[in-house]
Design a protein around this ligand. Structure first.
Ligand SMILES: C[S@@+](CC[C@H](N)C(=O)[O-])C[C@H]1O[C@@H](n2cnc3c(N)ncnc32)[C@H](O)[C@@H]1O
Length: 307
């Protein structure tokens, strides 16, 4: 079943102890079109409240798996401005000391005149004086990294679930935001997290869920190398089917119920259907909900044909 509507509202209506595995990727608070109207507080409330519903709807011993990335450019007005003296990029030999000396010699000169005295551009004079090779532009709010895992783990624990496991999804390096990369020592965006929370109760442990080689290749491995979804005509933040396949095969019993309250284009539900599981998806955006419905029904039909 794909439900078109708000996650919190519909989670409250799901029957108690009805879900074996809830796997989802929420809005990340990174400026996607579907989160434009969210303040940071509203984003935290959304995730906290969605997580809070889980201990009731998950079967005892069931799992919640959250795929999320850290926020690499979290605006923080209280942060001192990061100033980079980019020595590898200087095209003019004029140093800050040269500019200061010229200014002492010609105290009444403006920047334009100082540039003429020094034989360089006015921009070079300004850069040497202000050191304004600031990441993110000199007028923008400074940004820092915000670790989302600590927030999610705290909200889960408050709700009565425990961080059981974590995986790193190593995806393709994303250069799209390399605007900040030219002036920094920071890595490009190339990994996300999957945090797995356990609901107290008896968990069925079945070693036969994977073959011996699958255990060795990914079941017991902390880092999963899975290419990102390249096309985004279906959804701007679609995660790869292989990510959902691994999470479902590891953390859901055969034929179990899989939930995704932020189902987007229906990756989780389509993979659940293809694996012969039951599924429930919730999605606010009508267009995405329709895509999820079609995609999941097609996967279910295909699975029925094979069976
Ligand atoms: C990161 S995307 C999920 C993408 C999905 N995993 C896929 O592969 O297509 C998050 C989705 O959550 C939806 N969403 C945002 N806020 C929501 C809410 N309050 N209730 C339900 N869905 C919401 C967005 O419309 C978006 O489709």
């Amino acid at each position: 079943m794909i439900i078109r509507g708000e996650a919190r509202e519909h989670l409250r209506r799901l029957p108690a102890a009805s879900v074996d595995l809830s796997f989802w990727s929420p809005p990340y608070y990174v400026g996607k079109s579907y989160e434009e109207d969210l303040t940071f507080e509203a984003w935290q409330d959304l995730l906290r409240e969605v997580i809070k519903e889980h201990p009731r709807i998950l079967k005892p011993g069931g799992f919640l798996a959250v795929n999320i990335a850290d926020i690499l450019c979290f605006p923080d007005p209280s942060m001192p401005r990061f100033q980079a003296d980019n020595v590898s990029r200087k095209t003019s030999p004029i140093t800050r000391a040269d500019v200061l000396a010229a200014r002492t010699q010609h105290p009444d000169a403006n920047r334009h005149q100082l540039a003429e005295f020094l034989g360089c551009s006015e921009q070079t004079v300004q850069r040497r004086l202000e050191g304004n090779n600031a990441r993110g532009g000199k007028h923008n709010t400074p940004t820092r990294v915000l670790l989302t895992g600590a927030l999610v783990a705290t909200w889960a624990q408050e709700a009565g679930m425990y961080l059981y496991d974590q995986r790193i999804w190593h995806k393709d390096p994303c250069w799209a935001n390399s605007r900040w990369h030219s002036n920094s020592y920071r890595a490009v965006d190339e990994f996300e997290h999957v945090y797995i929370f356990w609901t107290p109760g008896v968990t069925t442990y079945n070693r036969n869920r994977l073959t011996a080689s699958e255990w060795g290749e990914w079941g017991s491995r902390g880092v999963w190398n899975i290419p990102s979804v390249r096309r985004n005509n279906r959804h701007e933040a679609e995660f790869p089917e292989e990510l959902a396949r691994r999470v479902i095969r590891l953390f859901c019993p055969a034929g179990g119920m899989v939930l995704d309250p932020f189902v987007g284009s229906g990756t989780t539900t389509a993979v659940a259907a293809a694996l012969g599981c039951q599924w429930t998806g919730i999605e606010l955006d009508p267009m995405s909900a329709r895509i999820a419905e079609q995609r999941t029904s097609a996967a279910a039909e295909q699975c029925a044909l094979i069976a």
